[in-house]
Design a protein around this ligand. Structure first.
Ligand code: UDP
Length: 491
């Protein structure tokens, strides 16, 4: 009956439900913009909790077909509405788990939207990959369900496979071959995040009580296809493999990027330095000579590693911009203490114009777009990866958790645009390793090679999102195809 209503129904309604975390919200917002500009006949409704909506709405005032609706905030240990407000990765993980309690209110909300849409349910619910429960809600209304993966298929194939085939009884020294992947893709024990190791080692692990991540993989298997914030040229094989193993269409529509740091400012992230001041500092440095250091919006490194990183950057004698977050074990809200860095470090770096230390948040897109930036030392979060490659900046990898290990692997082994310097929060890097890697990437012949490759990918990524003389780039084609599928379903 719902299906009939949908078919006879009024508006072409699409619902977008992003996860409430910085790195997940932005790709959704960019997708909403693309869909709204490309297909004005779609009504796009973005669902989130009230405080998120408050910051999101002002960004879309010029898009009349994009609406926002509130879900009631949900019970979680810190009663937060966004991971930004949370003090530690532990709290973030608890927030993810408890987000599943949103299911009944999401169901009610779709029912209300359907009523106010003349009885026609949404054509499609596009949810975050971590809001897998939405698949059952979508199907109960006769709507399509398509997750938008805010990570790439190479990493997600490995990540999902590890979670799905638990327990592995791995120790850090073991090498793992996964049943769903070719034998050449092996995973080392050091490429498992802490919670994976715990789950893998746990003797009472049971298939009947799957972990949050395994549950999401299971849910998304029931979806009607998948959207990916990636570009075909980066992961062609993995996309094809995902399509083959899922038996459903895949659409690689990336890179979905923030337009500028203003995007984050509106979302409440005030940079520790303005883009203009940052550019003034970068202007003092030769082209491609500065390394940008940032571990994303959630991660940080232990205190002893912070010390070694500082000493190593100084030893490299290269210019750097470093986004300082409190070391692991300290609340993100605590004030940064000068004793966390070598004595006199900040003053020395300032006087020599060698290092710019930025507290908490930097205008990343602007830094990566500046001609003086020569490398990005990163935790390899997927947004950071796409932002760096879209600006032709090679990477120095220090993956810290979840699928970041496989992003780093992809970048180094498959794409040749990265040197992995360290792995995991338990890495024991020494200052000398840091200095050596930074010089390798900024100065050596190998560094030249990976830069060339990064610049080639930048060009290819630009081509993916444009249409020239009737020739559509791969991401334009994919988005067209996706919209066509929606329209056919909505008829
Ligand atoms: N970001 C930023 N300034 C910072 C730190 C992060 O603008 O100082 C942005 C970055 O540009 C990216 C996002 O925050 O868009 C981080 O996403 P990513 O997937 O790289 O990592 P996550 O934070 O999800 O681990």
């Amino acid at each position: 009956m719902e299906e009939e209503k949908r078919k006879n129904g009024a508006g072409n309604l699409i619902v977008l439900f992003p996860f409430m975390a910085q790195g997940h919200l932005n790709p959704f917002l960019d997708l909403a913009r693309h869909l709204a500009s490309r297909t004005p006949s779609l009504t796009i409704t973005i669902v989130s909790t009230p405080s998120n909506i408050l910051t999101l709405r002002p960004r879309f005032l010029s898009f009349p077909t994009i609406n926002f609706v509130d879900l009631p905030p949900f019970q979680n240990p810190k009663n937060a509405e966004n991971t930004d407000a949370l003090p530690s990765l532990f709290a973030i993980s608890a927030f993810y788990q408890s987000s599943e309690s949103l299911k009944p209110s999401f169901h009610r909300l779709i029912s209300q939207l359907t009523q106010s849409n003349g009885g026609a349910p949404p054509i499609c619910i596009i949810s975050d990959m971590f809001l897998g429960f939405t698949v059952d809600v979508a199907h109960s209304f006769g709507s399509l369900h398509v997750p938008l993966y805010t990570s790439g298929p190479y990493a997600m194939s490995i990540y999902n496979s590890i979670w799905t085939h638990l327990p592995h009884r791995l120790t850090c020294a073991d090498v793992l071959t996964l049943p769903d992947l070719p034998p050449n893709i092996t995973i080392h024990g050091t490429q498992l995040s802490d919670n994976m190791i715990k789950a893998a080692a746990s003797s009472n692990y049971s298939k009947d009580s799957p972990t949050f991540a395994a549950r999401q993989a299971e849910y998304c298997r029931k979806s009607d296809g998948s959207l990916w914030n990636t570009v075909e040229v980066l992961e062609k094989w993995s996309l094809e493999n995902w399509a083959k193993s899922s038996g459903k269409p895949v659409w690689a529509i990336g890179p979905l990027l923030p337009i500028s740091s203003k995007e984050f400012e509106r979302g409440g992230k005030t940079p520790g330095i303005s883009p203009v001041k940052c550019a003034e500092w970068l202007n003092l440095h030769p082209p491609k000579s500065v390394v940008y250091v940032s571990f994303g919006s959630q991660n940080s490194i232990p205190l002893d590693q912070m010390m070694e990183l500082a000493k190593g950057l100084e030893e490299s004698e290269k210019g750097f911009i470093w986004v300082l977050r409190n070391p692991t074990g300290f609340d993100v809200g605590d004030e940064f203490r000068s004793e966390w860095l070598p004595e006199g470090f900040e003053e020395r770096m300032r006087e020599k114009v060698k290092g710019l230390l930025v507290r908490n948040w930097a205008p990343q897109m602007e830094i990566l777009s500046h001609g003086s930036t020569g490398a990005f030392l990163s935790h390899c979060g997927w947004n950071s990866v796409l932002e760096s490659l879209s600006r032709g900046v090679p990477m120095i990898g220090w993956p810290l958790g979840s699928e970041q290990f496989y992003n780093s692997k992809l970048l180094e082994e498959e794409l040749g645009v990265c040197v992995e310097m360290a792995r995991g929060v338990d890495a024991k890097i020494r200052a000398g390793d840091v200095a050596e890697t930074v010089r390798l990437v900024l100065e050596s012949e190998k560094g030249e090679e990976i830069r060339r490759r990064a610049e080639e990918l930048e060009e290819e990524m630009k081509r993916a999102v444009v249409e020239v003389d009737g020739l559509k780039g791969s991401s334009v084609r994919a988005l067209d195809d996706f919209v066509e599928t929606l329209m056919m379903w909505g008829q």
